[in-house]
Ligand binder design. Sequence first.
Ligand SMILES: Nc1ncnc2c1ncn2[C@@H]1O[C@H](COP(=O)(O)OP(=O)(O)OP(=O)(O)O)[C@@H](O)[C@H]1O
Ligand SMILES: [Mg+2]
Length: 300
Amino acid sequence: MNKEILIEVKNLTHRFSLSRKIAVNAVNDVSFQIYKGEILGLVGESGSGKSTIARCLMNIYTPTAGKILYKGINIHDPGEFRQNKKLLQTRRQIIFQDSASSLNPRMKAADIITESLKIHHITPPRGTCQKEAAFQMQYVGLDESFLDRYPSELSGGQRQRIAIARALAMDPEFLAADEPIAALDVSIQAQVINLFKHLQQEHGFTFLFIAHDLAMVEYLCDRVGVMYRGRLVELAPAKELFANPVHGYTRTLLSAIPIPDPIRERNRKLVVYDESDFGEGEMKEISPGHFVLKPYKGER
Ligand SMILES: Nc1ncnc2c1ncn2[C@@H]1O[C@H](COP(=O)(O)OP(=O)(O)OP(=O)(O)O)[C@@H](O)[C@H]1O
Ligand SMILES: [Mg+2]
């Protein structure tokens, strides 16, 4: 794998203030790197901060502390952002977890797909916006008859594919896919996963892939990070993480994957994560690229 760093997340913390006295520490001192051309998976329990990280990576949120470098550019520094606006606004794309609310209800699918091209005055690679929309639509497995439909006239899975087509139309070099397949049926899930693999292998796309489906994560991702209560507790090459999970929470998570053998499945026990089971030690280096943090016991 190419080890050129595309994104560097350094001590990222994001806190949401709910009132003057109450704040949620959604992301807590998280550091990691994303290499050019890799698919980095992010898994973890609901509310552990995965989407918040994706949104910080896209400048939707400004971190409370820490910084994010994209090709060495500090994306939350107003001056650096302004100087690299075109690159940062066009070559990074996100597929939101909730595509239903991320699509403009007053726009037809074709216009949704090509809206960013128009905003950024980019000539569509296939000549016209209509041709571009039709191409991207077909790429994600929808035929041209969907081009004139409004989001409310589409199913959840079809809407999600429009959101994917919209991201692909910008020819991104980095795609943050926040649970992009959760709303899709199994055959379309496989199609989208294979599409992502193709985009990585043939076009060198770099992905952050957030998902709950661990089998998909194992299949698709080069490396996987595990989030637990706002902390990144483990990050390792996918095969290594699945074969030898080190953190207690990761073991709990992996124990919940169904085993395709009825006898083993019946006899096995689900692991319940107990923070006290996990020994002390700030950060243990297990092998190159594989580290683990002890559970976070501080204030939230
Ligand atoms: N806009 C917001 N305002 C206040 N709190 C928020 C906001 N968005 C997220 N949070 C809180 O921040 C924490 C992290 O949320 P986040 O959406 O990043 O989790 P997640 O890991 O993506 O969860 P899921 O798997 O359910 O999508 C949660 O406790 C959530 O309630
Ligand atoms: Mg989320």
